[in-house]
Design a binder for this molecule. Structure first.
Ligand code: SFD
Ligand code: AMP
Length: 662
């Protein structure tokens, strides 16, 4: 089929808006909001302009949109070294310890700010009982910063009343942007509902990127942002793999469906080096509603068992011993991946479904409390989901589930690509350089800058440094933004130059409109047409390839060299068909671009799994042809660089270095 081009012969040309800024933040989620807050502080006195662009409205954008009921990273009374040990063990021994340590020493400051900005944080009362954020405030229990003891659900996690968590964090980010806007005389520096599709090269300096292009998802406007430094903070990749949800539940996923791998795509196509893209996160979740399990395990002390009532994670089971024999010392730690592995083993042996025994946990807790406290506890059990996963509370209500009377099924979900939760896929970034034992080549000048000068990363897009969660992503945004402002100051002579014609850029973005308008009369059903493919169909094909060839739910996360090679061949054909993606409105245009981003993120993931000849993350994925952990050969990072000119990846092994002793 002929290659399509957009000459605006069929679709309307958008208005073109050019924005000149200094520091461009792409994504206003947890990391982006943190970056805006910190950047304004360092940039404004120097007259440096800060601009933030998000595909949605910052108040409810990103993973925290619905709210959360816990902050999963708060160091508090713990040692930062122990945090590094915990992250290392959970992520099967391969992390950038300099990045994790750096995060650990900064994260609490962000949590203290959240509380100052109005986030209610649970505390321990003098009687040893927990108080929710409002009770604690009414009783005058001091803030965390002033020494108030948090109510911990786990060693690293603290409980919050977090329905409005994102609104609170966004408000501070937006206030900081506004302060910068006024001081630097910008007309506008917060662009909401603008989707960034890619970065553009600098015409004078081949090593640098001069800005980013995107389009409004509400108006016919195309944007060119020119900037001296950029932060990519646009989250992980969701809906790359076929989800478990079907038909009436379709659209339900655990992680935010609006994070579509843009961050990976933007960095990759700019030539930034990636690391650990073979990693993925497969969370165990309450079945069908995707309700998180952490609070149930850690705070309510619920036990998960198989249908026979057995603890499938017990260390004396044959399943556990088998796991240790194949996956070595990392299996002994019973980290997140291995817990999934054991859950699946018990199901495969005919002992499913796996149940979270909410009822016995609550009955146990009821023995320790009076009627009033018990009522409060029940409310908390519901609120855990109402805060961050309303659909699960809806499902409980729909099925007449009373968590204090019956257990609920739990199940591993489809895979997600991310670097801030219990996963570590993302970019290879510079560390701070001041942590003893860090190899010199891990710090090339500016903290969290990628291998392309002036391009910084934070949150889900930073590789080899998981378990940051919401608080850590915010803190990392702040770390990266501060370094980016230093970079701008140190390179004061640089002015971004965009060589590409702005009209051509607009045509590139609007191609799916042109394709649709040109061919829409060739069929009666606009969804089916010999000349184009609609984004929902494209996404279904992408997810089918991911699921069946790269180890999704359909194969119990199993893949192999031969399966990946077959899947990559099919993915290549799908990528060619991307030229025929068609959009009948702005919403579909967004959907088209999200799929370009997903496809390349998926390809990077598959190529990394192919390169690593072992099963480093059993329970997340398995290489059937190398179903073991091989520390001798593979306790190393896998890094890659994508070349958009040739559409090829170059992969290499990079030595792992332990900085914090066992
Ligand atoms: O229960 C573009 N997370 C949890 N963290 C915690 O601390 N505690 C919890 O309780 C957590 N749990 C949890 C969590 C997430 C979700 C979805 C659930 C439960 C159901 C994890 C954190 O939320 C996560 O670590 C951080 O939010 C990551 O921060 P960041 O900044 O990397 O991603 P983001 O917040 O999603 O923001 C991304 C932004 O980018 C925008 N965007 N903008 C412009 N152009 C494009 N092309 C763009 N593409 C994306 C997005 O709109 C968004 O604003 S629990 O499971 O453990
Ligand atoms: P989740 O709700 O699964 O996202 O988990 C929230 C937090 O609790 C994360 O920090 C998890 O690593 C942790 N967590 C979840 N389940 C367990 C468990 N069974 N044992 C220890 N930590 C857990």
């Amino acid at each position: 089929m002929e290659k399509e081009t957009c000459t605006f012969s069929y679709c309307q040309k958008p208005e073109i808006v050019e924005v000149d800024t200094d520091f461009l933040i792409i994504g206003g989620g947890m990391a982006g909001a943190g970056a805006a807050y910190e950047a304004a502080r360092w940039a404004t006195p120097k007259g440096i302009k800060v601009t933030l662009v998000d595909k949605a409205a910052m108040d409810r954008s990103g993973a925290v949109a619905m709210g959360l009921s816990a902050i999963n990273t708060y160091i508090g009374e713990n040692k930062v070294e122990d945090y590094v040990r915990y992250v290392r063990a959970d992520l099967m021994g391969i992390i950038r310890e300099d990045l994790v340590f750096d995060l650990g020493r900064h994260v609490d400051d962000s949590v203290h700010l959240f509380e100052e900005w109005g986030l209610p944080i649970w505390k321990k009362g003098a009687d040893g009982w927990s108080r929710d954020g409002f009770q604690a405030r009414d009783e005058g229990i001091p803030s965390l910063k002033a020494g108030g003891p948090p109510c911990r659900s786990g060693k690293w996690q603290i409980m919050i009343n977090g329905e409005s968590y994102k609104v609170i964090v966004a408000e501070a980010g937006k206030a900081a942007l506004e302060y910068n806007r006024k001081a630097t005389g910008q007309a506008q520096n917060l662009f909401e509902r603008v989707f960034i599709i890619r970065l553009v090269k600098d015409a004078k300096d081949p090593k640098r990127m001069a800005g980013a292009i995107g389009f409004s998802v509400r108006e016919n406007k195309a944007y060119l942002f020119k900037a001296k430094a950029m932060l990519i903070a646009s989250g992980g990749a969701v809906n790359v793999f076929r989800p478990r949800s079907t038909k009436e539940g379709m659209g339900r996923a655990w992680y935010p469906v609006w994070n579509s791998g843009s961050g990976f795509y933007l960095g990759m196509t700019a030539g930034a080096e990636m690391t650990m893209m073979e990693n993925r996160f497969v969370p165990a979740r309450f079945k069908d509603g995707y309700g998180p399990v952490g609070a149930w395990f850690l705070f309510f002390k619920a036990k998960a068992t198989n249908a026979l009532g057995e603890d499938y994670c017990a260390k004396d089971t044959p399943e556990f011993k088998d796991a240790v024999s194949k996956y070595g010392k990392w299996a002994e730690n019973l980290g997140t991946a291995i817990r999934n592995h054991l859950m699946m083993q018990t199901m495969k042996q005919g002992k499913g479904p796996v149940l979270m025994n909410t009822h016995t946990a609550m009955q146990e807790l009821a023995k320790q409390m009076d009627a009033k406290r018990l009522k409060h506890l029940e409310a908390e059990a519901w609120e855990d989901f109402l805060d961050m996963c309303i659909g699960q509370a809806g499902l409980w209500a729909a099925y007449n589930v009373e968590p204090d009377k019956v257990p609920s099924e739990i199940m591993p979900t489809e895979p997600y690509l991310l670097g801030s939760h219990a996963g570590c896929a993302g970019f290879w970034v510079s560390g701070p350089g001041d942590i003893p034992g860090t190899p010199a080549e891990w710090a090339w000048g500016y903290n969290r800058m990628g291998t392309v000068p002036g391009i910084f990363f934070a949150g889900d897009v930073v590789g080899a440094s998981g378990h940051k969660f919401s608080s850590g992503s915010h803190a990392e945004g702040r770390i990266a933004a501060k370094a980016a402002i230093a970079f701008i100051l140190d390179n004061a002579g640089y002015t971004p130059t965009v060589g590409e014609d702005i009209n051509a850029l607009a045509a590139e973005m609007y191609l799916p409109f042109e394709v649709y308008e040109k061919y829409k009369t060739y069929s009666t059903d606009p969804k089916v047409n010999p000349y184009y493919i609609k984004p929902d169909m494209y996404q279904a094909r992408l997810q089918k390839i991911a699921d069946e060839y790269f180890g999704g739910i359909g194969t119990w996360y199993m893949t192999s060299k031969t399966m990946i090679e077959e899947g990559l061949a099919k993915l290549q054909v799908l990528k060619e068909d991307a030229n025929k993606l068609a959009a009948s409105n702005l919403h579909e245009l967004l959907r088209c671009w999200e799929n370009y981003h997903r496809a390349l993120s998926l390809e990077a993931h598959a190529r990394h799994i192919l390169f690593r000849e072992e099963s480093r993350y059993p329970g997340y994925y398995y290489r059937g042809d190398f179903d073991f952990v091989d520390d001798n050969n593979w306790r190393a990072f896998v890094n890659s660089v994508y070349d958009p000119a040739t559409d090829t990846f170059t992969l290499k092994k990079v030595p792992y270095v332990q900085i914090i002793p066992d």
